[in-house]
Design a protein around this ligand. Structure first.
Ligand SMILES: [Zn+2]
Length: 292
């Protein structure tokens, strides 16, 4: 063909342009990923800013995604992409502390949109619509359902695990206030002989805290997820004395109608720990890897 000679160099230049575009595209993608909080490497825990409620995300040592409670409404759907790896739509483990709306709603929304492998709950039967909806999702999406009780141990990766401290298998869940059915779990991250412990308390009140103390289940921890958004019904002196936290995190909504956190609770926490709040900071992300 007569125009073959002209086409050849033109094709070369198109090819070079293509290579250049791919190279620039890859660079932009890499840069963009580096700018995303989800690109954070290693294990971390994020207390998500979901307003008045709890939603706690953990990236485990092996890169698995764990979500403990989902907060009220759909806020968690905006928060998860801020902490999960770009494009990741699988949550390996979901944990519902108790079925109150400010903990369960976001889990239901997440379970509808993400692939959830396992869900951890207590044996409390579902009696309210959102709770029933979650039970239905477990069935329709064939999510593995782990009903846990004190003494259970969940391995998350080579360096981290969750111990369930409460409720005990024979605690009378159906007769307790919903808050007092909250799963109390201790997340541990281990590295080079060091152990970092995070106590997750749901909305459990002083009754549960007394049980934990009298059953001698508490030990020195590093991070405390302050119970029930800083309500005065939680964070008893006995609990704080037993766990001696260094960092206390409050998951709480700005100007919430309950006046959480209560000033007397902040005062009680002060001598023990640095206090951080999602209503003041937004997402609170704590790197779990210990600098060697
Ligand atoms: Zn709550």
């Amino acid at each position: 063909m007569s125009n073959g000679a002209r086409n050849y160099p033109m094709r070369m230049s198109k090819f070079s342009k293509l290579l250049f575009t791919i190279a620039v595209g890859a660079l932009v993608c890499w840069w963009y990923q580096q700018q995303q909080p989800g690109a954070q490497s290693g294990a971390f825990i994020a207390f998500l800013d979901v307003g008045q409620g709890d939603a706690i995300y953990i990236r485990t040592s092996s890169g698995a995604d764990v979500l403990i409670d989902g907060g009220p409404g759909r806020a968690v759907l905006e928060r998860l992409p801020e902490v999960m790896a770009p494009g990741d739509t699988t949550i390996e483990l979901m944990l519902l502390t108790h079925p109150d709306a400010d903990h369960i709603t976001g889990l239901v929304e997440t379970a509808k949109r993400y692939t959830v492998k396992q869900i951890v709950t207590t044996a409390l039967p579902a009696t309210k619509p959102l709770h029933e909806e979650l039970w239905q999702l477990i069935e329709t999406q064939q999510i593995e359902h782990l009903v846990v009780a004190a003494g259970d141990h969940i391995t998350l990766g080579p360096q981290d695990y969750v111990d369930i401290l409460y409720p005990a298998a024979d605690d009378p869940l159906a007769t307790l206030e919903t808050n007092d059915t909250s799963i109390i779990a201790e997340y541990h991250y281990q590295q080079a002989g060091d152990d970092l412990a995070v106590l997750l308390t749901g909305d459990a009140g002083a009754y549960v805290e007394e049980q934990l103390v009298s059953r001698q289940l508490l030990q020195d921890i590093d991070i405390l997820k302050v119970g029930h958004h800083g309500s005065k019904t939680s964070s008893s002196q006995a609990l704080l004395d037993a766990v001696q936290p260094e960092l206390c995190v409050l998951s709480v909504g700005q100007d919430n109608q309950y006046g959480h956190p209560k000033p007397e609770i902040l005062e009680r926490l002060q001598p023990y720990c640095e206090i951080r709040r999602t209503d003041q900071e937004g997402n609170i992300i704590i790197n779990l890897e210990i600098d060697e």
